[in-house]
Design a binder for this molecule. Structure first.
Ligand SMILES: Cc1ncc(COP(=O)(O)O)c(C=O)c1O
Length: 400
């Protein structure tokens, strides 16, 4: 393995490889018993009533907005500081994705900005747990519910995490401030299935509809059949081959191969998160005295012990440092240290400007944050020596 340290990377061991090999030797390559087992184990981990696995988190977000009944004429508000999918899911169903600015400390959707831009056509809010830190879910849910809108938490960065609020520890995926929660298992995330995602909910109807949507809208439960045989005759026979299409769904299915990997990864998730927390604490201490760098802020979160850090993103005052971001990234790369810029504000993407007329200045806090942010390596496979190397490379940028 090269000694280059990427900003994010998976941890795969022999147990993961054996689990995938076992499925490759089995009868099921697409959806089979591993999908069911992974869903059950994931539901138990989060404490949620229903977990539905998808081909990726983008597909799970698509399902969430669909089953929430969002469509043309509706508006969905999310954070501009996110990956494209948090907003695109609204466009997939013909609704208008819109953006409320972020909180300057947590870089998550700012409830005050959300409230200030509310219009009657807003039917869903998609708060994103940026880097693993949850948004101010109680305040966001209060605003949404006052208007009858649904909250779909995009916890793609926060698998295995939670937060402490109102005197209690809550698990992401099982708290009273979201109707549905979505997770991603892309390799840079806190656990991986290669590609993969999960939707969790306590609402049985949302869960049932999400399962239909995942696989062409096909219903196989005979008790729910509408029947072809209204006119009688041979078409009315309900044999074991019969399935009915009840909705216009997709092929958003995940495979048994991926879910076998998901199960062995899930078993290691607590260790992954523990190591991520240790590295974050080490970085925070090491960078505390640098006047040109800000470590991640906590905002309303009452303690750090529940966050499942996906990213370690600092803010750098590049003018004060006297170096551009490209120059800083190149200098880090020369020391074998990868870095990444997360995120380009989604409303500034050409398609969003062209389609919805969004312009610079719409979300000034997110736009300013974009000019200052840099994500440094954070993954469980970093050794103490790797962490020391990242710290030395960052401190050297300012001659420290
Ligand atoms: C916040 C957020 N939401 C959604 C997604 C989409 O996840 P996936 O790649 O599993 O579709 C990502 C992926 O990077 C993400 O970071």
């Amino acid at each position: 393995m090269s000694d280059f340290l990427p900003y994010g990377r998976q941890w795969i061991d022999d147990e993961d490889i054996a689990a995938v090999a076992r499925v490759l030797r089995s009868d099921f390559l697409t959806s089979g018993p591993e999908v069911d087992a992974f869903e059950k184990e994931f539901a138990a981990m989060t404490g949620s009533a229903h977990a539905i696995a998808f081909a990726n988190a983008t597909a799970a977000l698509h399902a969430a907005v669909h089953v929430a009944g969002i469509g043309p004429g509706d508006r969905v508000i999310t954070s501009p500081n996110t990956f494209l999918s948090s907003a695109n899911c609204a466009a997939f169903v013909g609704a208008t994705p819109d953006f409320a600015d972020i909180d300057p400390v947590t870089h998550n959707l700012d409830p005050a900005a959300l409230e200030a831009m509310w219009t009657d056509d807003v039917k869903a809010v998609v708060p994103v747990a940026f880097g693993g830190q949850p948004a101010d879910m109680p305040r966001i849910a209060k605003i949404a519910r006052a208007h009858g809108a649904v909250v779909i938490e995009d916890a793609s960065h926060a698998t295995g995490g939670g937060f402490f609020r109102e005197g209690k520890a809550w698990k992401t995926g099982n708290h009273p401030w979201a109707e549905m929660t979505v997770f991603s298992f892309h390799p840079v995330k806190t656990m991986t299935t290669g590609e993969g995602g999960m939707l969790v909910t306590s609402d049985g109807e949302f869960a049932r509809k999400a399962r239909l949507f995942r696989s062409h809208g096909v219903e196989r439960d005979a008790a729910r059949f509408e029947g072809f045989g209204v006119d009688g005759g041979p078409l009315a026979e309900v044999g074991p081959w019969v399935y009915e299409m009840h909705d216009l769904g997709h092929n958003h299915r995940i495979t048994d191969i991926q879910c076998a990997l998901g199960r062995t990864q899930l078993a290691k998730l607590p260790c992954f998160i523990e190591r991520r927390r240790e590295i974050v604490a080490t970085y925070n201490n090491a960078f505390a005295d640098l006047p040109w760098l800000e470590t991640p802020g906590l905002g309303v979160i009452e303690d750090r012990d529940h966050i499942s850090w996906h990213l370690y993103t600092v803010e750098i005052d590049f003018p004060a440092l006297g170096r551009s971001r490209s120059d800083v990234m190149a200098a880090l790369r020369c020391r074998g240290v990868g870095s990444q810029v997360l995120y380009i504000p989604v409303h500034l993407q050409p398609w969003y400007r062209r389609t919805y007329g969004y312009c610079p200045g719409k979300c000034p806090v997110a736009e300013k944050y974009y000019t200052r942010c840099l994500s440094l390596p954070l993954h469980p496979s970093l050794t103490a020596g790797d962490v020391a190397r990242v710290i030395a490379a960052v401190r050297e940028l300012g001659g420290a």
